[in-house]
Design a protein around this ligand. Structure first.
Ligand code: ADP
Ligand code: MG
Length: 397
């Protein structure tokens, strides 16, 4: 099983197909669990799925319901594999082609965000979530010696970014390149991934650290955002002229051979904090203030999505750490796919409705996807150094 790089179709797409950069949104419903079965006995069904029409209906009252269309609607029997292939794989392929990409899960706590995105599937590989499957595909396609895959894994809680590989590192600053607008976390540990087993180990360490950190802070992980950053570096060795539509003149080095090109792209995989309102539990005073702060990033993301969906001239991306990190993902140059997760229970109709509305607004956002390609001066330097060494050796002989 391998990913076929489809650079041609993608670069030809550019901006003519206005749908090409639109944020894709899928809905997934969690299967009923024992608790739902007991507590829902008195409720009529609230959600009706019509997967073949990619539609979902929410019952408003006894005689009417509202219908919503998505890019995909997954029923409770949808496999992890299918969810990956529909939601994340197109983004992963795009990242391998040199575009930035984002895959993000949004929804109420307990609806399956972590199951969908972060599941390790140690015992049963068929249960693997999006992070593992994405890395599997990325690793398979970065086989040249000058290619590389590096990851950072952080959590964002109360506007502080904590390294999940080195949990002592907290309050990691966000760096924004003033020229390219590229956002990164230079203070976070970056690990070069050797193979899939190595990545599974890393993810497991990250999860353990996340759990330990949250136990220490006496919070649930449902309050924090987990963000996996994957830095992909791929050199382009053949057909440079053909693939590189942007640069017509191919530069040559001192000895006349063409300078190799490199594509550096970034994949973000985000398991967001639970979208439920914290004030639901009736917190007051100082607690409420804390609650607002905990949710600042998520509230801020909602505001940005609204502003973008309404074509507002001002998008308040600077208001929170999350929206700064995701600046390229919504209204930027990345290819973005969002999966919203809902529970099957009518008890949660208010949260389910608000999740669906969030997804509907996100569907209106169109990104201007851009290829991240540059001359590979690092490789060139290495090559020239070898050439100089060879020439020096020849002269000395
Ligand atoms: P969240 O991260 O949104 O809070 P979780 O991913 O932790 O939710 O899911 C809550 C529970 O439901 C977990 O026990 C998880 O294994 C289970 N679950 C969620 N989605 C599915 C699914 N599609 N199939 C089977 N179990 C699921
Ligand atoms: Mg979770």
């Amino acid at each position: 099983r391998s990913v076929t790089p489809n650079s041609r179709t993608l670069s030809n797409n550019n901006n003519n197909d206005e749908d090409s950069g639109r944020v894709r949104v899928a809905v997934r419903i969690r299967p009923r669990n024992a608790e739902d079965l007991v507590l829902d006995a008195d409720f009529a069904d609230f959600v009706e799925l019509q997967p073949e029409l990619k539609r979902l209906k929410l019952r408003k009252n006894n005689w009417s319901s509202e219908s919503y269309r998505f890019d995909e609607v997954f029923t409770e029997t949808a496999s992890q594999r299918r969810v990956y292939e529909v939601v994340a794989k197109p983004v992963v392929e795009s990242v391998l082609d040199g575009y930035n990409g984002t895959v993000m899960a949004y929804g109420q706590t307990g609806t399956g965000k972590t199951y969908t995105v972060g599941r390790l599937g140690k015992e049963d590989a068929s249960e693997r979530g999006i992070m593992v499957r994405a890395l599997e595909d990325v690793i398979a396609c970065t086989s040249l010696t000058s290619d590389s895959v590096e990851v950072s894994y952080v959590q964002l809680y109360m506007e502080s970014i904590q390294d999940l590989f080195t949990p002592e590192k907290i309050n990691i600053p966000i760096y924004e390149d003033s020229k390219t607008g590229e956002v990164s976390l230079p203070g976070a540990t970056v690990v070069k991934v050797r193979d899939l087993d190595h990545f599974l180990e890393l993810l497991q360490v990250g999860e353990a650290n996340r759990h330990a950190a949250n136990t220490k802070l006496n919070t649930e992980s449902s309050r924090s955002h987990a963000i996996l950053m994957v830095y992909v570096r791929r050199s382009i060795q053949e057909n440079v002229n053909e693939i590189t539509s942007q640069q017509k003149d191919t530069r040559t080095d001192l000895l006349g051979s063409s300078i190799p090109m490199v594509r550096k792209s970034k994949l973000l995989i985000v398991d967001l904090a639970g979208s439920e309102r914290i004030d639901k539990s009736g917190s007051e005073g100082a607690l409420l203030e804390e609650a607002k702060f905990i949710n600042l990033s998520l509230t801020s993301l909602g505001k940005c999505i609204n502003a973008l969906a309404e074509n507002s001239p001002h998008i308040p991306t600077r208001d929170s750490k999350l929206t700064r990190l995701l600046r390229d993902s919504f209204g930027g140059s990345a290819r973005t796919s969002l999966i919203v997760t809902i529970g099957p229970s009518a008890r949660h109709h208010a949260e389910t409705t608000s999740t669906i509305m969030f997804g509907q607004r996100a569907m209106k956002i169109v990104n201007m996807v851009k290829l991240k390609e540059e001359y590979d001066y690092e490789s060139l330097c290495r090559k020239l150094e070898t050439q100089v060494d060879q020439l020096t050796a020849e002269i000395e002989r």
